[in-house]
Design a binder for this molecule. Structure first.
Ligand code: FRU
Length: 457
């Protein structure tokens, strides 16, 4: 097994190294995989290869955290073998010991991944199948189950199994990307034998499905099932353990240029109860760095009725733990911003901003974030970042939260109604400032917190 040479990892402080977004110590990273909580630890596995460039030979890198922000690297969990490369998938806690492998008080972790056959020389001639790996020691070591593949090839390069427990029918449900815009749902009672339930079409979507139940915000007792695709687009509907009946969607989610392969955590204890999602900030540039790519900030999803569409809206906001990284805030009192006035300048490369502003038609509020431009447009009623736009929630006043890291910006508009994620390469002279374009922009409040690096202990 290839190790990460953890002892040799330099402090993660290179010029383009994100300081509170997760990155691999070195090499290439893409999708978050196997997100699962067990006994006080959040596990983050991720698509990884040793070179800082993409390629077919994927491993599952691994890190654990107690707060979703400070991560400890663990050795690579799974490496390619003769059945294929270790492509994306998920992990669950085998809560009722369905596999019968439990020793002592620690439940077994079951990880499902795609054995991507035929794309490495050692797996020549093998198809894409779904594999199960298990760990009896809190994710520290993994072995492949003898019953593999647990799901033979269905079609083409079918992949990215995401498994969830359906409580009322006491069964495990696997969502899988099949081909084109088609996904499948499968069911199992023992985590080993899977039968197909249905197929789903999701125009505009492919890869990395996720399927989970959520409470409806503000409506006690109301729950819906949400089906997401790699790009974060989602369907909302009902599920009885056999059939998912979409009521609404697909709806686009994060509108920014760097947001992909979203996945939620399984095993979150009921006393926490959050739906926590991580995305890969796909496509960022990190010239000259020993690593490439970063994860989006772990974020909390809430499902709400949406008056504008008469349907549903998945709101996304950073997990509350991010506030623990905040230092002493700078507060800018309410004021009107004139287009010819002095911009408001903020200092620091790691910032958490919260503002509320009224931007009338004909005007815009522009934030220059060390070279990345975020714009609230009062005519279009949109937020734009990295050349992509998302709608404001409505109402004359917009609330905005911005997380600025060394090489990324994430914008959460109107309490996560719309979000935009973008990576950028800052230049030394770039500053952070706010200015108005057009008349009548009213800044109602602005607070900026410097954030602490998670790598400096
Ligand atoms: C999505 C994806 C998955 C696949 C993995 C390979 O980014 O293409 O469909 O399993 O990446 O790294």
């Amino acid at each position: 097994m290839i190790g990460l040479h953890l002892d040799a990892v330099p402090p993660r402080d290179e010029a383009l190294r994100p300081q509170y977004h997760f990155t691999a110590p070195s090499g290439w990273l893409n999708d978050p995989n196997g997100l699962v909580y067990l006994q006080g630890e959040w596990h983050l596995f991720y698509q990884w290869r040793p070179e800082p460039s993409d390629g077919p030979d994927k491993h599952w890198g691994h890190a654990v955290s107690r707060d979703l922000l400070h991560w400890t690297d663990l050795p690579v969990a799974l490496s390619p073998d003769e059945n294929g490369s270790v492509w994306s998938g998920s992990a669950v806690v085998d809560r009722d010991n369905a596999l019968g492998l439990r020793r002592g008080r620690t439940p077994v972790l079951a990880a499902f991944y795609t054995a991507a056959g035929g794309i490495t020389p050692e797996s020549a001639g093998k198809p894409f199948t779904q594999f199960l790996a298990v760990s009896t020691d809190r994710g520290r070591t993994w072995s492949r189950h003898p019953a593999n593949p647990v799901l033979p090839n269905v079609v083409g390069q079918n992949r990215d199994p995401k498994v969830v427990f359906h409580e009322p029918s006491k069964a495990w449900i696997m969502s899988l990307w099949l081909d084109g815009n088609t996904y499948g749902l499968f069911r199992s009672e023992d985590l080993l034998r899977w039968t197909e339930l249905q197929r789903l079409e999701m125009p505009g979507c492919w890869e990395c499905p996720d399927f989970f139940e959520m409470p409806v915000r503000g409506e006690p007792g109301e729950r819906r099932w949400v089906f997401t695709a790699a790009n974060g687009w989602y369907l909302v509907g009902t599920f009885d353990g056999r059939r998912f009946q979409p009521e609404f969607g697909p709806v686009a989610q994060d509108a920014g240029p760097n947001h992909y392969a979203v996945q939620t955590f399984s095993g979150v204890p009921p006393r926490d109860g959050r739906t926590i999602q991580i995305a890969w900030m796909a496509g960022g540039q990190y010239p000259g760095m020993p690593f490439t790519q970063q994860m989006g900030i772990p974020s909390e999803l809430t499902l709400r009725r949406d008056r504008a569409s008469g349907g549903w809206r998945l709101h996304r906001n950073p997990v509350r733990e991010v506030k623990r990284l905040r230092g002493e805030p700078v507060r800018i009192p309410a004021r009107s911003l004139k287009p010819d006035g002095q911009p408001i300048e903020l200092r620091g490369e790691l910032l958490d901003l919260e503002l509320e502003a009224t931007v009338p038609p004909g005007a815009a509020l522009e934030l220059n974030l060390r070279g990345a431009t975020l714009r609230l447009d009062g005519t279009e009623r949109t937020a734009t970042l990295g050349g992509r736009s998302a709608p404001l929630a409505g109402g004359p006043t917009t609330r905005l939260r911005v997380l600025l890291d060394r090489t990324s910006v994430e914008a959460f508009v109107d309490d996560g109604y719309s979000t935009l994620s973008a990576c950028f390469v800052p230049k030394a002279e770039d500053r952070t400032e706010l200015r108005a374009a057009g008349q009548g922009v009213r800044l109602r409040r602005l607070t900026a917190w410097p954030l602490r690096s998670v790598w400096r202990r």
